[in-house]
Design a protein around this ligand. Structure first.
Ligand code: NAP
Length: 283
């Protein structure tokens, strides 16, 4: 069984690769990356260079691949959707049989979150492409909390326009281990769809309380207007498509798109997932 992983130089891809190497002969694993130098710290695997924007490079990288872990694009909006389409089309042209794809939790037909909108289209392209498929619909990574609450990890003050919306935060390392288990299962998980979440959903008020209890910070959550958040993102000199992406993320949290809690991850891991409290103690 030859298994390829896109985005293998990224956080999720490399962590999955390391778990998979414990279960599959490393020589049968292909890391598909745009910069081979980033894989120098992993030995024994195959490394192929391809870019999501270059269809021919993707087709060449997928030659002889039976199972593909398609990690969702790190781009925004229509560009992300096109990149993911390129991956699916190249996989079909190369004869890939099974795609394992990282999608968004509790996927609605018309989600608010722009990333989830891309996921809807890619899931459809994979199903329509006649592949065996496995979708791991991930909630938000715990590891991104320090990024989007900014200085709050130091001063406890969270400013975010998410109302009382809750998020079933999940450890990216747990997702990686679950992905490796799915990839290594010889016949399993064909045409399965899993919501991959932590065991509890937390509001940003809850996160402030955790910062207070665990870090001893004088913490508070302020639900700021979306317009003020937009101004902050513009000040960071983000391109408009990224500003819209992050605004859509906050709105989707507010509307409950990330609050679903599911037991699939515990089942795939054979143990309890990491709790947000334990993650917060460690960072
Ligand atoms: N659920 C969540 O909370 C959450 C949070 C963040 C991201 N995500 C999604 O989950 C994915 C994996 O997360 P992550 O933390 O591993 O992200 P990451 O560390 O940013 O990794 C992204 C990967 O995509 C690769 N990539 C970017 N542009 C590419 C291109 N044009 N062609 C080929 N490869 C390209 C990167 O390659 P380089 O190493 O060369 O840059 C890297 O390997 C992200 O891409 C995003 O779709 C989900």
């Amino acid at each position: 069984m030859t298994i390829a992983i896109t985005g293998a130089s990224g956080h999720l891809g490399k962590a999955t690769l390391r778990f998979l190497m414990q279960q599959i002969t490393p020589g049968n694993i292909i890391a598909v990356v745009r910069d081979a130098d980033k894989m120098k710290d992993v030995s024994g695997i195959q490394v192929r260079v391809a870019d999501y924007d270059d269809a021919a490079s993707l087709r060449a990288a997928f030659a002889g691949v039976e199972k593909l872990l398609q990690i969702s694009s790190a781009s925004y909006g229509a560009h992300a959707t096109q990149q993911e389409k390129n991956v699916v089309e190249a996989a079909r042209a190369a004869g890939v049989q099974h795609i394992v794809y990282t999608s968004s939790v509790n996927l609605a037909e018309q989600p608010i979150f722009h990333g989830a909108q891309t996921n809807v289209q890619t899931e459809k392209a994979i199903r329509d492409g006649g592949f065996a498929y496995t979708f791991l619909r991930d909630s938000m990574y715990m590891e991104t909390i320090p990024l989007f609450i900014g200085a709050a990890m130091e001063n406890g003050q969270i400013y975010y326009p998410a109302g009382n919306g809750r998020v079933s935060f999940v450890a990216r390392t747990d997702i990686a281990e679950a992905l490796a288990n799915v990839l290594a299962a010889p016949k399993g998980h064909v045409n399965a769809v899993y919501d991959i979440t932590g065991s509890h959903a937390y509001s940003f008020q809850d996160i402030a309380a955790l910062l207070q209890n665990i870090k001893g910070l004088p913490a508070a959550y302020t639900d700021i207007p979306a317009g003020a958040f937009r101004e902050e993102l513009i000040k960071l000199e983000m391109p408009p498509v990224a500003v819209d992406f992050y605004l859509s993320m906050a709105e989707s949290v507010k509307e409950g798109e990330f609050e679903h809690v599911d037991g699939a991850l515990e089942h795939l891991l054979g143990r309890k997932p990491l709790r947000l409290e334990d993650y917060m103690k460690a960072v």
